[in-house]
Design a protein around this ligand. Structure first.
Ligand SMILES: O=C(O)CCC(=O)C(=O)O
Length: 231
């Protein structure tokens, strides 16, 4: 029987719109970052907030995470034209913050800008019960419509209203803390409700290829070229 060669990380990313790299960060690193995330929410975010954007601006530890060579090396495989950090955010769920993130593509939030991808890192083991990321493999190759929704927190404003995927098409990413999911800004994704009554901290960092600032970029003061554009 003819053997098929295993796909490279970049080939899997291209095919599926996401790739999971397990156990990139240690339990100890996740514990430290989780304590730092709590500190950032307590000192920088609106009281009771479960989302905080611009983490790297206020936290050297998260700035270091965004620039960590382990992350940048992976990004180099899927971004051969160079790597620029744009921004990051904490998303926190708990016994009292149980919301499921609605199905969306991140591109809805930054139309008419160059393509981006994000790196989602859970700082707690992430499961279907405590609100892990859910993705629809291959959905980045299609166009989707969105509607504006009014979550009370105002955190996730858009939802896809023409979803044609079925339950069997969805991957629920049960992953250990410190694993990473790299996903395209065209990939349909969301997250499950937190019914476990347990914390689920995640940090999401967004990157694009280096280039002249677009007007959108000016709102992100931590932006920085990490791997200069090739050539
Ligand atoms: O962490 C989550 O619940 C999902 C976050 C998300 O989908 C996003 O920030 O685009």
């Amino acid at each position: 029987m003819k053997k098929t060669a295993a796909l490279s990380l970049a080939e899997r990313y291209d095919r599926d719109g996401f790739v999971i790299v397990p156990d990139l960060f240690s339990v100890e690193e996740c514990d430290r970052l989780k304590a730092e995330a709590r500190h950032v929410l307590d000192t920088q975010a609106k009281p009771g907030a479960s989302v905080y954007v611009h983490v790297a601006v206020v936290s050297p530890a998260f700035r270091a995470l965004a620039e960590d060579p382990r992350v940048v090396d992976i990004l180099g495989e899927v971004m051969p034209q160079g790597v620029m950090f744009l921004s990051d955010k904490i998303v926190y769920k708990s016994a009292s913050k149980t919301f499921a993130t609605p199905w969306h593509i991140d591109f809805f939030y930054w139309r008419n800008t160059r393509p981006k991808l994000s790196v989602w890192i859970p700082l707690d083991d992430a499961t279907a019960e405590n609100g892990t990321l859910t993705v629809v493999p291959g959905s980045h190759k299609r166009d989707w419509n969105m509607v504006k929704i009014g979550l009370p927190s105002g955190d996730f404003q858009y939802e896809i209203n023409d979803g044609t995927w079925r339950d069997g098409d969805i991957v629920t990413c049960n992953i250990k803390r410190g694993s990473v999911i790299v996903f395209s800004d065209r990939l349909v994704h969301g997250s499950t409700r937190n019914t476990a009554g347990k914390d689920r901290y995640a940090i999401i960092s967004t990157y694009h290829t280096p280039g002249a600032d677009e007007p959108f970029d000016l709102d992100f003061p931590a932006r920085k070229v990490l791997v200069p554009a090739a050539g």
